[in-house]
Design a protein around this ligand. Structure first.
Ligand code: KG4
Ligand code: ZN
Length: 346
């Protein structure tokens, strides 16, 4: 199919999306796969901040507490009721198993109560689709740089549902490197937005390594994080602003160089970004520059669609429902789910 038709059609079918894969409890109502009527995100950041990272047990308990009010708020803000919905979609992986189970169980229960289909959604596919929410007419082939706290990968999207992972990280994800560097510097959690903010006033004067820059589409950020730690140990008086700016420059140069190379090699029409790190100010600026210089159709999703949210889950849920039909009710949470590479016919 050319599912562009579906994605660009305003449509009237309402899908409730539910996202609980990590530390955000989120629910959203999306019409026709692209028109967001509500998108509610309850962040658990304050609960995890004192531990410097997400504590799985605390995350699942908080999801249990928040799932009902968050879904109720999404319905109220959209001005709809359960019986108006066409489907209920939930992230079923990858992520923390205890967290995923809360969203998946809630979605199945609601689908039974409202007698509508349940659709299991892949969290990574949802991040790939974040740009389509605001720009449904993106042309394929499209290179997507997916950079989050758990994943860093370059994906070639040849069509809707037709993906090829060109490369991913050998160790830490980009967001994880941000979080670890921030934790080492004692800056707080999550580290990405803090380092991003700090870098604005710093000079990228420290020559940190650009890991595996020449090596295809693989990424590696663990050595860069260690280089930051070693530099700060050797230079205790170094300005953290300069460390932040220099670290960020190294990360962004690696990400953008590889994304640009992939777009050229695969004759991509467009280049987009997704995942929490896609909210990074320097990365957004650099991606836009590349798109202008190389004549690529680029798109930068709003910050609220970069970080974890349920609008992207509802969008993919709508599309997958049209493509594959409802998911069986015995579909479980799958913490290790990978990007689907199958090309479904719609
Ligand atoms: O996609 P996301 O919300 O959750 C996952 O699926 O992992 O991404 C969260 C990650 C965290 O590591 C966070 O530090 C990072 O995204 N992040 C950023 C920025 N905002 C969030 N990293 C760099 N710059 C930012 N502005
Ligand atoms: Zn995510």
């Amino acid at each position: 199919m050319s599912s562009t038709t579906h994605l660009s059609d305003p449509g009237s079918e309402l899908v409730l999306g539910i996202e609980t894969s990590c530390d955000e409890t989120a629910a959203s109502i999306v019409a026709g796969g692209t028109t967001v009527l509500s998108s509610v995100v309850s962040s658990q950041v304050d609960l995890h901040a004192r531990y410097g990272g997400v504590v799985p047990e605390i995350a699942s308990r908080a999801h249990v507490e928040m799932i009902t009010p968050v879904v109720a708020q999404a319905l109220v803000e959209a001005g709809v009721e359960g019986r108006d919905l066409s489907a209920v979609a939930a992230t079923h992986g990858p992520g923390l198993v205890g967290s995923l189970l809360v969203g998946v169980s809630a979605a199945k229960a609601l689908s039974l109560v409202w007698d509508v289909p349940f659709v299991a959604v892949n969290h990574l596919e949802a991040h790939l689709y974040a740009s389509f929410i605001e720009e449904p007419e993106l042309k394929m082939p499209l290179v997507v740089l997916l950079v989050s706290g758990g994943h860093t990968m370059l994906v070639l999207m040849r069509g809707h549902g037709d993906y090829e992972v060109l490369g991913s990280t050998l160790d830490d994800a980009a967001g994880e490197a941000y979080d670890k560097v921030a934790r080492y510097l004692g800056l707080g959690y999550p580290g990405g937005p803090i380092v991003d903010q700090l870098a604005v006033t710093g000079q990228a004067s420290i020559d940190f390594p650009r890991p595996v820059l020449a090596d295809g589409y693989k990424f590696s950020f663990s050595g860069l994080k260690t280089a930051v730690v070693n530099h700060v140990r050797k230079n205790p008086d170094v300005a953290f602003e300069d460390v932040a700016a220099s670290f960020q420059e190294a990360v962004v140069e690696v990400l953008v160089t590889k994304a640009r190379r992939a777009a050229a090699e695969y004759d991509a029409q467009g280049l987009v970004i997704g995942g929490g790190v896609a909210a990074n100010s320097r990365l957004r600026e650099a991606i836009l520059d590349v798109c202008v210089e190389d004549g690529l159709h680029g798109f930068l999703p709003s910050h609220s669609y970069c970080t974890d949210n349920a609008a992207m889950v509802a969008a993919v849920g709508w599309w997958r429902w049209h493509s594959d039909g409802a998911s069986p009710l015995d579909t479980g949470a799958n913490p290790n789910l990978t990007i689907p590479s199958r090309s479904p016919q719609v």
